[in-house]
Design a protein around this ligand. Structure first.
Ligand code: 6PG
Length: 469
């Protein structure tokens, strides 16, 4: 009784891996699962780590086995299953206990659950865990949202199991209620953009230049040696160089071109727009996944419109690498802008530099760039905007001409590059002190008397509009 430091409910891939990781770090972990026959199997497979596991098939015994104040980590599907489990377990808990949702959850639900449980003196933590199964087992990046009380309870455990970057654990308390799940959602939005940009380069080279999957994989492997070093570049290189045992063809050549999504990238875009921020590189990636799903329409449209591609001056490999660097910087800047808007709206006071730091290892978007961004956050940031960090300005000045050439090659050649094009469109909009919204304001006033500000006078004005042309 009362011996376990934490309880893990849900022994699927991620739950099992986190439970084993904690057991390995010396914590006593109570474990249980909805399908109770999994529990014994899990404990058997844990081998010598089973001495640190406390298996229970009854929820009451599971709760009773926890040290107080209790910490229960749920690793179950988001949505209704989480609400159902909160309803079942909360009558068994006492004031000061903490329930953690460690899945990818909609932060709006996390905020609602936090408020509901707070009324009963229970604490709710929305905890983003990134790094897939291997990360969860060997060291994930962990984004915690919740009360300082819960953070105190959790901290020794999550710091022990998280990935380490040069001795610093890739975990932190980022803010109250939905902060952790929101940051994880934006992490995934950036993940979508990074994956999409690599797929766009692949498409341009494979379709436009006829390069083989292996050759493109070799190029990505070279990228991984330099400033573009990242897990996703490395994973894409390995995926492109992998061969299907059944056919002897590159694996990617036998995979149907319809992308799945569980929805976190789409949430990023929805929430960004609700907050009044547009993250165009991420929007491009979400759109691309949605369009990819319309396989039948695409097949018919291809035969209807015929070959819409045309010969282009092909960008050099150096241009491609620099374009990737610029677009990647832009998608991250956009992601951090979404975080800033949410932080202001929900009073989270998100620690931006720290977020960049805890993304440097363990998570899916880990990259050399994130180390540079963590440093950039400590520079003088005019308008508090990462785009204007002196070190990034210099890099963008060097790389944006390549981004422009690569995006233009896609557009002129007829190869879809929505994330690259979204990135350069945003850059060109944000780097013109005077844009074109003066005409939008004129149009709004012309037909709706919405009024506008003038450059030369204070206040709100209406135009002397011609009513006929
Ligand atoms: C991570 C990943 C992880 C998972 C996504 C994939 O950080 O470990 O983001 O959460 O890979 O769920 O999401 P999609 O199925 O939407 O691509």
């Amino acid at each position: 009784m009362h011996t376990a430091d934490i309880g893990v409910y849900g022994l699927g891939t991620m739950g099992s891996a986190l439970a084993l990781n904690m057991a390995e770090k010396g914590f006593n972990v109570a474990v249980t699962n909805r399908e109770t026959d999994w529990i014994a199997e899990f404990v058997k497979e844990a081998g010598s780590l089973s001495t640190n596991l406390v298996p229970n098939s009854e929820l009451t015994d599971f709760v009773a086995s926890l040290k107080t104040p209790r910490v229960v980590l749920f690793m179950i599907p988001s949505g209704k299953p989480m609400d159902d489990m909160i309803a079942q377990i909360s009558p068994l808990l006492e004031a000061g206990d903490t329930i953690i949702d460690g899945g990818n959850a909609d932060f709006n639900e996390t905020r609602r659950r936090s408020a509901e449980l707070a009324e009963r003196d229970l604490h709710f933590v929305g905890m983003g865990v990134s790094g897939g199964e291997e990360g969860a087992r060997k060291g994930p990046s962990i984004m915690v949202g919740g009360t300082p009380h819960s953070w105190q309870q959790l901290r020794p455990m999550v710091e022990a199991i998280a990935a380490q970057f040069e001795g610093s654990p890739c975990v932190d308390h980022l803010g109250t209620d939905g902060a952790g799940h929101f940051v994880k959602t934006v992490h995934n939005g950036i993940e979508y953009a990074d994956m999409q940009m690599l797929a766009e380069i692949y498409g341009l080279l494979a379709k436009g230049e006829g390069r083989s999957a292996e050759q493109i994989g070799d190029m990505f492997a070279t990228w991984n040696e330099g400033t573009l070093q990242s897990f996703l570049v490395e994973a894409s290189a390995a995926a492109l160089k992998s061969v299907d045992a059944a056919t002897g063809k590159p694996m990617v050549d036998v995979i149907l071109d319809k992308a799945g999504q569980k929805g976190t990238g789409r949430w990023t875009v929805i929430e960004a727009l609700k907050l009044g921020v547009s993250a165009s590189a991420i929007e491009g990636a979400v759109g691309a996944r949605i369009w990819s799903a319309a396989k039948d329409t695409r097949m018919t449209a291809e035969s209807t419109f015929g070959n819409t591609t045309q010969a282009i001056d092909f960008p050099s490999d150096l241009d491609l690498a620099k374009a990737m660097e610029a677009a990647r910087i832009i998608s991250h800047v956009q992601g951090f802008e979404v975080l800033r808007a949410a932080s202001d709206t929900f009073d989270w006071n998100l620690p931006m530099a720290r977020i960049a730091e805890i993304w440097r290892a363990g998570c899916i978007i880990r990259s050399k760039l994130l180390d540079d961004l963590a440093a950039a956050f400590r520079e003088e940031l005019p308008h508090d905007n990462l785009l204007l960090a002196p070190s990034l300005v210099a890099r963008l000045q060097d790389c944006v001409p390549s981004l422009r050439r690569v995006a233009a090659a896609g557009v002129l050649g007829g190869y879809a590059m929505p994330s690259f094009v979204g990135a350069i469109e945003w850059f060109d909009s944000m780097t013109h002190g005077r844009g074109t919204a003066n005409l939008i304001q004129a149009q709004r006033d012309f037909f709706g008397m919405h009024g506008f500000e003038r450059l030369d006078q204070e206040g709100k004005h209406h135009g002397d509009w011609l009513r006929e042309i």
